[in-house]
Design a binder for this molecule. Structure first.
Ligand code: ATP
Ligand code: MG
Length: 450
């Protein structure tokens, strides 16, 4: 039997048929509608023998919800990419605030937007830009940031997203001179991010996000969490297969050990990264901290021995919480993080399980420990919590790259990762069992409480 070849054109047109021609999709919940049909894969558009042109892309996306902007339109809405509109900058390029409405493009809802401009760096930047459009153009979910449109003019590549009022979790969790994020907010953020990842993993064609970290988790004014940055995302393999990636990309401190060492990439690699972020939320410490010495630079290496000993909870929890957290909730969250960080990918929980556990942590009513005392951080505290101070410049909206050529090192921007063999530790099967017991027993407990 001959299989019909899928071309990017046939698939894209197929993806964006109107509801009239796809009656079955109407019955589905909103978050799943856009992917109920055959979703276009990145590989469908990355055929080097027939590269996509800007016209191909925009023609293909007719009928989609994505808008195609001109560079001059984006100049207008960002006041010519002025520094006063700069929201931040990552490895991809600077991000500016703007405002769009119907006057700019008919049919455009009036709203603030974030415009990300690619610092074109060879083909890798273009590939990531394309991946963002292919994934976020088709996947819609309350916990994924909404891509509104894009611009492709000459060498310029830009992306236009819904604006997220509180920026990234990285900025909120580690910023100086602000009250610490309360426990309940941290648990809300963890749950939203887990739901976003679970959605990706449970698609008909699973998506491996590959760059789960605090800077890619965006927050709305009410701390609704949305995942951004699909530049490194990959369509997952079918069934029990794993991808073997020859070029390991990701961010040091978040990437799963088996992926770093062998290139084996599965949805469980994302679960490991989720464990790192959960640990950052619990401890208030960055995944990598160059101001610490030796193994303590890695949050996971530092925390692992503490996570398996319930008596060490006090040392794990962020001192900026001032003891204001649910003890039962913290116990469960610590056990969950420990399980996600297992060295054995198969011993890690699925994201749907993580969501279930985190749902039980949203309204724990047991006593919060300790009185609330706000401690004004001094310079040493800042160094302890926020690294070497370079980050603060960035948060103040300055283009730290101009002031500090090292910034990308500090941030751990995506790069090829190669860690020494010695960084892989061995697992403790008995402890996984203990952790599992703790999760399950506290789950039963909370179910009884309901
Ligand atoms: N949709 C958005 N709404 C509001 N602010 C945003 C939005 N997208 C990005 N930002 C801001 O821009 C900053 C830079 O984002 P970007 O994703 O380019 O880099 P990063 O996540 O910091 O690093 P990396 O390049 O490793 O992903 C974010 O930290 C955030 O403050
Ligand atoms: Mg990012």
């Amino acid at each position: 039997m001959t299989q019909k070849k899928i071309t990017w054109k046939s698939v894209i047109f197929g993806c964006y048929k109107t509801n009239n021609s796809l009656p079955a999709a109407e019955a589905l919940p909103e978050s799943r509608q856009s992917t109920s049909f055959q979703r276009l894969c990145l590989s469908d558009v990355s055929n080097p023998s027939s590269p996509l042109s800007p016209d191909d892309l925009s023609n293909s996306l007719i009928g989609s919800k994505l808008h195609v902007f001109t560079l001059s339109q984006l100049r207008v809405i960002t006041s010519n990419f002025s520094r006063s509109n700069l929201l931040g900058e990552g490895g991809f390029g600077p991000v500016y605030k703007g405002f769009v409405d119907e006057k700019l493009k008919p049919g455009l809802e009036a709203q603030p937007v974030a415009v990300k401009a690619l610092d074109l760096d060879g083909m890798q930047g273009h590939k990531e830009w394309m991946a963002e459009i292919i994934f976020l153009g088709q996947l819609r979910h309350p916990h994924l940031v909404k891509l509104i449109g894009y611009c492709w003019e000459d060498e310029h590549r830009l992306l236009v997203y819904e604006y997220m009022a509180r920026g990234s979790l990285e900025n909120q969790l580690f910023r100086r001179y602000a009250a610490a994020l309360p426990w309940s907010t941290r648990m809300k953020i963890a749950l939203g991010a887990a739901k976003g990842l679970a959605f990706l993993h449970e698609e008909d064609k699973p998506v491996i996000y590959r760059d789960f970290k605090t800077s890619n988790i965006l927050l709305d004014s009410d701390y609704t969490t949305k995942l951004s940055d699909f530049g490194l995302a990959k369509d997952g393999p079918e069934g029990e297969e794993t991808h073997v990636i020859t070029r390991v990309m990701g961010t040091q401190g978040y990437a799963a050990p088996e992926y770093v060492m062998t290139g084996h990439l599965t949805t469980m690699s994302d679960v490991y990264s989720f464990g790192v972020v959960l640990l950052e939320l619990l401890t208030g410490r960055r995944s990598m901290d160059n101001t610490r010495i030796g193994r303590d630079q890695s949050l996971v290496e530092w925390a692992r021995p503490l996570l398996r000993d319930p008596r060490k909870m006090e040392r794990v929890m962020d001192p900026r919480l001032e003891g204001q957290f649910s003890i039962k909730g913290a116990e469960k969250a610590i056990a969950l993080a420990y399980k996600c960080l297992s060295h054995h990918p198969k011993a890690r929980p699925r994201m749907s399980f993580v969501v279930k556990v985190l749902e039980t942590l949203q309204d724990f009513q047991d006593s919060l420990v300790g009185p609330f005392v706000y401690v004004v951080p001094n310079e040493n505290d800042s160094k302890e919590h926020f690294g070497n101070g370079k980050r603060a410049k960035f948060e103040e909206g300055k283009d730290s790259r101009e002031e500090n050529g090292q910034r990308n090192n500090y941030l751990g921007w995506r790069h090829w990762i190669k860690l020494p063999m010695s960084s892989i530790a061995y697992s403790y099967p008995a402890l996984y069992k203990k952790c599992e017991h703790s999760l399950n027993s506290s789950k039963n407990h909370s179910e009884k409480e309901e």
